[in-house]
Design a binder for this molecule. Structure first.
Ligand SMILES: [Zn+2]
Length: 456
């Protein structure tokens, strides 16, 4: 019941429904497809999610209770006909790696680009609430418009910059995870904050925002081992994500070896306690990880550390991160997708703005598919990376992400692209329609919901 004067909202959708299923261990197994289904959301709760045949056979009372009626075999909500559509209804997209205060289009490889970015993005955002708010509003609005429902957002080294992200996300009903970005060395003075300031700001944020706060370690170049050990302990005690950049670029990796007695990034993180059992670690980029480090991560995963690999294809392209340059020679190292999957890491996707230059996870998924010559991910695998593994990062199980009656609405309705008849498997074909449709941008995003709220 709702009190008099409060308008109740009711929305009905019809289209293909792609529902995730899990095995006995709760791991993702595949998608169950309803070729023509109806979903009704009332006051943020999914009241109906059934195939059209079952809906047609429903008793009048049941239909009325969800605001529908049947007239001569045609389904109506009020006076609006709920006819067949080209829509695909599936779990929403999760942007698991993005920066809020990085301008786009600066150019240069990572280490050169970073200096420009600090000067033009994070420093002004840290110094001016208005600049920060404007950038946060613009970024989050674009992400929401492109069908993203959840975002792991990197602000900068101030509690205020994180607070602004949370406030702007709230206006859009986006779910975000955010933090104070730890940086206590090798960054401009305006961004560096010592241990006491960092831990103090994190305490403040945890107190104020609880589970929306995670731990963010920029990378070992910018964070000392002493601070990192404390951050890792804090993440473990709180049971929250530990997010960090890993093996993005050749110069970055060389700089870490210089700073840390020739140890690799994985070694440094491991020895500082980041991959301890019970930790949940998000590793952004992870392109150049060598065999030994991957083996060590595989062992950490087996021992009970959850590892998420945040693939950021368009950013890697823009910053030329795949390229290893030795004098005149250039060699291309592809993103080792299959190796990470073999190691039992969860691959997720990120736009990595403003190193990346696109606001759509659907587009990132197409980019990801495009950069593999062999072991090309299937449409349902891509959907798993973009939606389900992203949800997993937010503590959602596969079962939580199922579109189900009497549950808070949490899904996206997207105008599907035309079917590619060369894809024989019907579920794969539907997932492909969803991803290519979503990649067409905001005009293809019909509606998105997260945790029972409609994303604006
Ligand atoms: Zn990044």
């Amino acid at each position: 019941m709702y009190s008099k004067g409060i308008m109740s909202s009711l929305e009905a959708y019809r289209g293909i429904i792609l529902n995730p299923t899990s095995d006995e261990q709760g791991d993702f197994k595949g998608f169950e497809m309803i070729t023509d289904g109806v979903v009704v959301v009332k006051d943020g709760v999914t009241q109906l999610a059934q195939d059209i045949q079952s809906v047609m056979e429903m008793k009048h009372d049941r239909l009325t209770s969800v605001g529908l009626r049947l007239e001569r075999g045609v389904l109506y909500q009020g006076h609006t006909e709920i006819g067949p559509t080209d829509h695909v209804i599936a779990p929403g997209m999760v942007d698991t790696h993005t920066h809020i205060y990085q301008p786009t289009g600066l150019g240069g490889r990572l280490m050169v680009w970073l200096e420009r970015m600090f000067e033009k993005g994070e420093i002004p955002a840290k110094q001016s609430v208005d600049v920060a708010r404007e950038m946060a509003r613009e970024r989050l609005t674009e992400l929401a418009a492109n069908g993203t429902t959840r975002v792991i957002a990197w602000p900068t080294s101030s509690a205020e910059s994180a607070r602004i992200v949370l406030e702007e996300a709230e206006k859009l009903a986006l779910e975000v995870r955010v933090s104070f970005v730890a940086m206590d060395q090798n960054v401009p003075d305006a961004l560096a904050e010592d241990e006491a300031a960092t831990l103090g700001a994190l305490d403040e944020l945890f107190e104020e925002f609880g589970e929306k706060i995670v731990i963010i370690d920029r990378f070992p170049i910018a964070v000392s081992s002493s601070l990192r050990k404390k951050l890792a302990t804090l993440a473990r005690e709180r049971g929250v994500l530990y997010e960090v950049h890993l093996d993005e670029n050749q110069e970055e990796m060389a700089f870490v070896r210089e700073l840390y007695d020739n140890r690799s990034v994985v070694k440094v993180l491991t020895q500082d306690g980041v991959f301890a059992p019970g930790m949940k670690v998000g590793l952004a980029h992870s392109i150049h990880t060598n065999h030994e480090d991957m083996e060590s991560l595989r062992m950490s995963i087996r021992a009970g550390c959850q590892v998420f690999i945040r693939a950021c294809p368009s950013s890697n392209e823009t910053l030329e991160s795949h390229w290893i340059v030795k004098g005149e020679d250039r060699s291309y190292r592809p993103f080792p997708l299959r190796d990470w999957l073999t190691a039992k890491a969860h691959v997720t996707t990120g736009t990595d703005l403003g190193a990346g230059n696109n606001f759509s996870i659907y587009k990132e998924l197409l980019e990801e598919r495009g950069r593999h010559d062999e072991g090309v991910p299937s449409p349902t695998e891509l959907l798993q990376f973009g939606a389900l593994n992203g949800g997993l990062s937010f503590g959602k199980t596969v079962a939580d992400m199922k579109i189900m009656e009497d549950c808070p609405a949490d899904f996206a309705v997207v105008k599907g692209a035309e079917a590619d008849e060369s894809i024989e498997d019907r579920v794969e074909q539907a997932a492909d329609r969803l991803i290519r449709g979503g990649a067409n941008g905001p005009e293809s995003v019909v509606a998105t919901y997260v945790e029972g709220r409609r994303v604006v």
